[in-house]
Design a binder for this molecule. Structure first.
Ligand code: PLP
Length: 460
């Protein structure tokens, strides 16, 4: 591989997702070349232990023969099949049937989208159809959480509540609203779980009053662990309370499991932790473990049947894409599901317990404010003053240092701003690999701490 040529062409022609365009041109990209298990190798031959499963998606690890073979067989047999005009395809049907069996509550229908953003976008469209069908079209406002991430389609970016997605983007739209994140570390009512839960329920009620009453509100959206907001784990009981509040207010409860789905937090879906039964649920990422693009929208019987019954016979529900229910992605999804069912979830849970143990050992590190994890999803929150929970000043460049030292150490994780390290290792990781990742993180944190500017900002 001619790395200098590729880096130069990449600079000139390839626009990267959610990136600083100036930064990309200045530093160039690292070109990933091969992957096996939890290991990636870049074009310079540098090995990296992938502690983030690519972008929280390669839950199975790289190079799984059964998944590759399933994709290859489907490509040979039938690389494409439209779902329009009354056509369907075998892998998509089988995947829909198996997934809806696993799904919580009455989510007996699934629409296969192109990825997570498209799945979220699809929920917003289906919800409009539903509200029209049930004769409540004025229920058009939606409420999400601050620090929530729901993708980067135009409307999804508005439902998202992270500054980078709103800046110069003319979102949120006037019908999109946000209430505070149930962040146990930083919530003004925290860390008491009950106080945070009550504050969230109250905030939902208050927001609805501001909007003009529940007759104007269609849905509340949440992640069960806020991923891109910094791996924020709401207190136990929070999701149950929010679901109950939504039911009482006649507002749809939509759960975005794009990250938390497919074993990331232990069970196949994070809803299982509290027996949550959402009205709609989005998935992507672990659905195909990143081997092919695909997302999904699970829909309750009530929503499905209402739209079906109120749409006149012969009239189309006008939502769909060329690549909906793509047979190759679906075949890959089936092979990946076999792995989850064949012991991968149990391995993730077992290794996740070890990860939690190792993270607890980091709590005393001078740069660490708190650590948190559920299954194979974890966050390490960095502070320069533990007592006042002071985030590292942007001038210290902690985020850049973390990424650089991590690369040099041969480990991959994600730095959210300057204050959170996110971890989402493949579910196939071994205990030894988890130790290697955690040992690497300690070395990286020690190096950051030794930086003279960071050292002088640190308060004991
Ligand atoms: N929803 C959540 C919770 C996500 O974390 C993401 C992506 O990280 C998305 C939606 C968007 O998914 P995609 O990047 O596949 O469009």
């Amino acid at each position: 591989m001619d790395t200098p040529r590729l880096v130069s062409l990449d600079r000139e022609h390839l626009i990267h997702p959610v990136s600083s365009w100036q930064g990309h041109e200045a530093s160039g990209a690292t070109i990933l070349e091969t992957g096996k298990g939890v290991w990636l190798t870049d074009s310079k031959g540098h090995h990296l232990l992938d502690g983030f499963s690519g972008l929280w998606c390669v839950n199975t690890g790289y190079g799984c023969e059964s998944v590759i073979e399933a994709g290859r067989r489907q490509l040979e047999k039938l690389p494409y099949a439209t779902g329009y005009f009354g056509f369907s395809n075998e892998p998509a049907i089988e995947l829909a049937a198996r997934l809806t069996q696993h799904a919580p509550g009455h989510l007996n229908h699934i629409y296969f989208a192109l990825g997570g953003s498209d799945a979220v976008d699809s929920t917003l469209r289906f919800i409009r159809y539903y509200q029209h069908a049930r004769g409540t079209p004025e229920k058009r406002h939606v409420i999400g959480l601050q620090k929530g991430y729901h993708g980067s389609s135009f409307v999804g970016a508005g439902l998202t509540a992270l500054p980078a997605f709103h800046r110069d983007a003319d979102v949120p739209l006037p019908w999109q609203h946000h209430i505070p994140s149930p962040d146990p570390y930083r919530h003004p009512a925290g860390p008491d779980a009950e106080a945070i839960i009550q504050a969230s329920v109250q905030a939902l009620h208050n927001e609805i009053v501001k909007i003009g009453g529940p007759q104007h509100v269609a849905a509340f959206y949440c992640e069960l662990v806020q991923g891109s907001g910094g791996v924020i784990i709401p207190p136990k009981g929070w999701a149950t309370a929010m679901q109950a509040a939504c039911r009482e207010l006649d507002i749809l409860f939509v759960v975005d499991e794009v990250i938390t789905g497919f074993g990331r937090t232990g069970p196949l879906f994070a809803c299982a932790h509290e027996n949550i039964e959402p009205d709609m649920m989005t998935v992507a990422k672990g659905l195909t473990a990143g081997y092919a693009p695909m997302g999904g929208v699970f829909m309750s019987d009530t929503i499905y049947e209402t739209i079906r019954d109120k749409t006149p016979s012969g009239v189309s529900v006008g939502h769909g894409q060329t690549y909906s229910a793509h047979p190759v992605s679906a075949a890959i999804g089936l092979a990946v599901l076999d792995l989850y069912e064949g012991g991968l979830l149990e391995n993730g849970t077992r290794v996740g317990e070890h990860l939690a143990l190792r993270l607890r050992g980091l709590d005393n590190h001078p740069l660490v404010g708190t650590t948190r994890s559920v299954g194979m999803l974890a966050g390490i929150e960095l502070v320069t003053d533990k007592a006042n929970k002071t985030k590292p000043d942007a001038q210290l460049g902690v985020s850049r240092k973390l990424s650089r030292y991590g690369y040099e150490q041969g480990i991959l994780f994600r730095a959210f701003g300057d204050d959170v390290i996110g971890l989402a290792p493949p579910l196939c990781s071994t205990i030894a690999e988890m130790d290697q990742l955690c040992d690497g993180i300690v070395s990286v944190l020690d190096r950051v701490m030794e930086d003279p500017a960071v050292a002088s900002a640190l308060k004991a």
